[in-house]
Design a binder for this molecule. Structure first.
Ligand SMILES: Cc1cc2nc3c(=O)[nH]c(=O)nc-3n(C[C@H](O)[C@H](O)[C@H](O)COP(=O)(O)O)c2cc1C
Length: 159
């Protein structure tokens, strides 16, 4: 019998993560984005990272349109932004401060940092796909992260 997906979500929810918004665009330049924590660094030489995207997401086809994405690493005060990008529909970018990066894809303001990538490979992953992105440019700032643990947003308490 296949393992219960609800139980998998509950146990994997014990693995605390940061929170990102992954942005991309279609051929016309229209921006899209979704909240994601299934992301990881993959290789330093060459510089690669991977993201996992749900096939059901509205943003899903646009990664194939542009073959570009930006990983925006959210700061502690950006929970509302995370909620917005975790909800399908509407103009997610309305009123959201951003500018276009070197690859023409939105970079959100006031994050901890961002990484601009070109998709070099896409792998099957059940109800998700895994996009491997080669890093073209990255920038970081200071600040505290937004965290996600046991299905809730959390704040880092430094000792
Ligand atoms: C903390 C958090 C992490 C998430 N991680 C992912 C992820 O890694 N990949 C993914 O496809 N969806 C993830 N989601 C769900 C998407 O953000 C959600 O399905 C969103 O509505 C998709 O937007 P879209 O349909 O406009 O593309 C996550 C949601 C939250 C709240």
């Amino acid at each position: 019998m296949p393992f219960d997906p609800t139980e998998l979500r509950r146990v994997m929810g014990l693995f605390a993560t940061g929170v990102t918004v992954i942005t991309t665009r279609d051929q016309t330049g229209k921006p899209y984005g979704l909240t994601a924590n299934a992301v990881t660094s993959l290789s330093l030489t060459p510089p690669l990272l991977l993201i996992c995207v749900d096939r059901k997401a509205e943003t899903f086809p646009h990664f194939f349109d542009s073959k570009i994405f930006v990983l925006n690493i959210l700061a502690h005060h950006q929970e509302a932004l995370s909620r917005r990008f975790a909800t399908t529909g509407g103009d997610k970018f309305a009123g959201v401060a951003h500018h276009l990066g070197r690859l023409g894809t939105p970079i959100l303001e006031e994050t901890l940092g961002h990484i601009e990538c070109r998709i070099v490979e896409t792998l099957e992953g059940g109800d998700h796909v895994i996009h491997i992105g080669e890093v073209e440019h990255a920038e970081s700032g200071g600040g505290r992260p937004l965290l996600f643990f046991r299905g809730k947003y959390r704040q880092l308490v430094e000792d």
